[in-house]
Design a protein around this ligand. Structure first.
Ligand code: PEP
Ligand code: MN
Length: 339
């Protein structure tokens, strides 16, 4: 941490700051310049006091952190790519690109099983489907809950696809974890830290969506919670953020994919469906996401999008999904990825 002192501060007032720094567990090293004095506070910013409270001292100009707060998530701590093992399907590193696909919501046995068969035939290895749905209005379809989980397990049994589904509440972690291979933490819960901790404790792989208006730094720290609570099997998922633009439902932030890959060793997945909210743009978003270096895609697929109980406007049908997977191949090879 660097503490910048206001110009023309008398020496004894600089020493007062140094005493405070010492009290807070750091070793203060002053550098008296001709115009500016700074104090380098030596110590681990992540385990000691943050020192930002020193901004309250009138002689302090500003306190500048120098260490990354997302210690465990950072590539500095772990230079190689982390590979997440999803019940035998490996995500990240040099493993085959991960295709996670399925309906926004699990609606019925027929809907889920037909989708599972179709996405498997097109190359997906992981089946998505919401059983507990986070809906903006209480009058919208809330998901089948426990029955939805049962159907996901049935689809896994029949097709061998691994299962990803959202956990909405701490109360559901155990139940969802008994059916799912990946716990999805949704955008609306991205900073529900108690939920994050409970999911971490389950030991299951976790896919952490980016919050609706979440800065990248906060997203990285969300994952830091999971790692700090003993679960290293974490994947990021960029799913678009709120901006002034309304042509698309969200603004898919592809720069965030490149940043997350650079800053962190964890796999990065992109959800183009929530990301743009329009089936006609999903293909373009997927191509761009692959070119940004993501490790997988989470795509909404429905047998009859026009009849879907949630997010019909952004779900692609079976033929659309199969075509999309085909079109991804040249970009995947250009990026050195195996499909
Ligand atoms: C979803 O995947 O259907 C979903 C609700 O995602 P998000 O949390 O990103 O909105
Ligand atoms: Mn959805």
């Amino acid at each position: 941490m660097i503490i910048v002192i206001k110009p023309n501060t008398p020496r004894e007032q600089v020493e007062q700051v140094m005493e405070e720094v010492q009290k807070l567990g750091y070793d203060p090293r002053p550098i008296f310049g001709t115009e500016l004095t700074v104090i380098a506070a030596i110590g681990d910013e992540r385990t000691h006091h943050t020192l930002t409270s020193l901004n309250a001292m009138p002689q302090v100009e500003k306190v500048i952190p120098v260490q990354k707060r997302h210690k465990l998530v950072s590539r500095e701590t772990h230079p190689g790519d982390t590979v997440v093992n999803v019940d035998g399907v490996k995500v990240g590193g040099n493993n085959p690109f991960s295709l996670m696909a399925g309906p926004c919501s699990v609606e019925s046995e027929e809907q889920l099983l037909s989708t599972a068969r179709a996405v498997k035939a097109a190359g997906a290895t992981i089946l998505r489907g919401g059983a507990f749905k986070p809906r903006t209005s209480p009058y919208e379809f809330q998901g089948l809950g426990s029955e939805g989980l049962r159907l996901l397990s049935l689809a896994k049994k029949e097709t061998g696809l691994k299962i990803i589904t959202e956990v909405l509440s701490e109360r559901h972690v155990e139940e969802v974890a008994s059916h799912a291979d990946i716990l999805q933490i949704g955008a609306r819960n991205a900073q529900n830290f108690q939920l994050l901790i409970e999911c971490a404790k389950s030991g299951k792989p976790i896919l952490l969506k980016r919050g609706l208006s979440q800065k990248i730094d906060e997203w990285l720290l969300g994952a830091e919670y999971l790692l700090a609570h003993g679960n290293g099997n974490v994947m990021f998922c960029e799913r678009g953020i709120r901006t002034f633009e309304t042509y698309t439902r969200n603004t898919l932030d592809l720069a965030a994919v490149a940043v997350a890959k650079k800053e962190s060793h964890l796999p990065v997945i992109v959800d183009p469906s929530q990301g743009c909210g329009r089936a006609d743009l999903v293909r373009a978003m997927c191509l761009g996401a692959v070119a940004m270096g993501c490790d997988g895609l989470l795509i909404e697929v429905h047998p009859h999008p026009a009849e879907a109980l949630s997010d019909g406007q952004q779900q692609v049908d079976f033929a659309g999904f199969a075509q999309l997977v085909k079109e991804l191949q040249p970009i995947l090879s250009a990026m050195g990825r195996v499909a």
